[in-house]
Design a protein around this ligand. Structure first.
Ligand code: NAP
Ligand code: MG
Length: 500
């Protein structure tokens, strides 16, 4: 591991960054009603890089009115599905055409290595819009044969219509700012909803650029409104607004529960993609070289700020020391630095607050008796850097094992055999993902069946695809993102029954 390096912000971003960035309401970029703005920081340098409009309840009011009008009056909802599909596809094309700039914005805002942002975040976002563009023309109901025992002899023609749920509020986090936008917007647009999007206060820039690209692609006024601002004001106003028919949220389980409460006013539909504390299990019969690299990637990818990160590593006792030594060596050799430096493998955490949170967990874990076999603390300097960390000697009741740290910190614990691993794996209030590394297919499938998690990776980790549903069991959420499952979040079914 080396100390962070500094790289200048690409000059090509300067035109976009100059002047306060505005809210997108009814197809226009406007200042917040209050006139307020907030600062956006580069997490690698702790420098302010942009000012963004601080929207609040008054702006949400205007955004909801615009989305309501666009939904109730059209033209979006009156277009053919094919016309909608072409606009959504074009958004994917424009993301691809602007891939370098979008990747740079992600690095500046979130800190992640720019090569990773381009290859993963931006590429997956473009793919998501294209995947969902394909679905727009394939939203179909059923014809249903009826029995109706109390109407003998009568004949009915019954069918279902699949209709958009209406005006949708979408509140997204800072770990994959552009991609979380794509996961939310893609399916909602495909079925014909209109949207108020609130990006995280730490990372609003790529969502604003995405808004520009959506207008360029021909999205009609009011279909997508973007209110940048804070969760407690703008976010809460969206979640509680009676003109919003559905709210889709990604973030912490704690705020997810607040969203559910706020939604009770008009009983708006809610889907939630929340935290995780995912088990990653290495058996002694695994291809250890692949498993070690995979276990390191499962926790260190995106600085560990991944809801499905493999943060609880369980290793079968015979190979425990070897696997822990291997993952620790990878951690110690990781190049931590500014995401604009091409050689950087791990960037800073997203914010000072997150840095304090993660280093607080490290301190608590070490005080409770965990031992760092790699890392264990912050990296001194201006940015929000922490050492990639492997903790041994962690026990089930420690906060580092129970709570989502959302940083590059893995606890490595030994297990004996099949009889105990499922108990360990499921000993969590979360259920987002799980990994298993073994050459025994029977073991792998049995584990996949018994683990309470929305995604199971076998001999791989962090494989995401627009076509593969993703979401949580237990307190990791309600509903699924991606795949055709995601369309369900934004559709409702109308049954029509005709007496012939
Ligand atoms: P968070 O507060 O849950 O933020 C997620 C989104 O919700 C942001 O857009 C946030 O706005 C908004 N929000 C916050 N309070 C709200 C409220 N009362 N009503 C409506 N919206 C609200 O997450 P965080 O504070 O940024 O991070 C804290 C922890 O959450 C992390 O350490 C991690 O454990 C977890 N997390 C999980 C995920 C995930 O993908 N599952 C993603 C991010 C964080 P502001 O940004 O303006 O507060
Ligand atoms: Mg927050």
């Amino acid at each position: 591991m080396s100390t962070p390096t500094k790289s200048p912000i690409p000059k090509s971003l300067q035109p976009f960054l100059s002047g306060p960035k505005k809210l997108l309401i009814n197809g226009q970029w406007v200042a917040a009603k209050s006139g307020k703005t907030f600062d956006v920081f580069d997490p690698a340098t702790d420098q302010v890089v942009a000012q963004v409009a601080e929207g609040d309840a008054a702006d949400v009011e205007l955004a909801v009115a615009a989305a309501r009008k666009a939904f109730d009056d059209g033209p979006w909802t009156k277009m053919t599905a094919s016309q909608r599909s072409q606009i959504i596809w074009k958004i994917g094309d424009l993301i691809e055409q602007n891939a370098d700039q979008l990747a740079q914005l992600e690095t500046l805002d979130n800190g992640k290595p720019v090569g990773v942002a381009k290859a993963a975040d931006v590429a997956l976002a473009a793919d998501m819009f294209r995947y969902m563009a394909g679905w727009a023309t394939k939203i179909e109901g059923n014809t249903i044969p009826l029995n109706v025992p109390y109407a003998p002899g009568a004949q009915f023609h019954a069918y279902t219509l699949r209709e958009p749920v209406g005006v949708v509020g979408q509140i997204i986090p800072w770990n994959f700012p552009l991609l979380m936008g794509a996961w939310k917007l893609g399916p909602a647009l495909a079925v014909g909803c209109t949207i108020i999007l609130k990006p995280a206060e730490q990372t609003p820039l790529s969502a604003i650029r995405l808004g520009e690209l959506c207008l360029e692609a021909g999205l009609p006024d009011g279909v997508l409104n973007i209110v940048t601002g804070f969760g407690e004001t703008a976010g809460a106003a969206i979640a509680g607004h009676d003109g919003v028919d559905k709210v889709a949220f990604t973030g912490s389980t704690e705020v997810g529960k607040l969203i559910v409460n706020a939604a009770t006013g008009n009983l708006k539909k809610v889907t939630l993609e929340l935290g995780g504390k995912s088990p990653n299990v290495v058996y002694d019969d695994a291809d250890l070289e692949t498993a070690i690299a995979g276990a390191a990637d499962a926790i260190f990818f995106n600085q560990g700020q991944v809801c499905s990160a493999g943060s609880r590593l369980f290793v079968q006792q015979g190979v425990y020391e070897e696997v822990v030594a291997g993952v620790s060596e990878i951690a110690r050799n990781m190049k931590v630095g500014n995401g604009f430096d091409a050689s950087t493998q791990m960037g800073p955490l997203v914010s000072r607050e997150q840095h304090e949170r993660v280093t607080g967990y490290l301190k608590a874990g070490l005080e409770a008796g965990a031992i760092a076999s790699a890392g264990g603390g912050p990296i001194e300097g201006d940015g929000y850097f922490v050492q990639p960390t492997v903790l041994k000697n962690a026990t089930a009741e420690m906060s580092v094992v129970r709570e989502e740290i959302f940083g590059p910190v893995v606890t490595a614990m030994p297990f004996k055999d099949d009889s105990e691993i499922i108990g360990h794996a499921n000993d969590t209030s979360y259920g987002l993902a799980a990994g298993i590394w073994t050459r025994d297919i029977s073991k792998a499938h049995k584990f996949a069946k018994s683990v309470k998690a929305g995604t199971v990776w076998v001999n791989c980790y962090s494989i995401f695809d627009a076509a593969l549903p993703f979401g949580g069991y237990k307190q990791s959420g309600w509903g699924r993102e991606m795949g055709h499952a995601a369309l369900e979040n934004y559709l409702q079914t109308k049954s029509v029954c005709v007496n012939l």
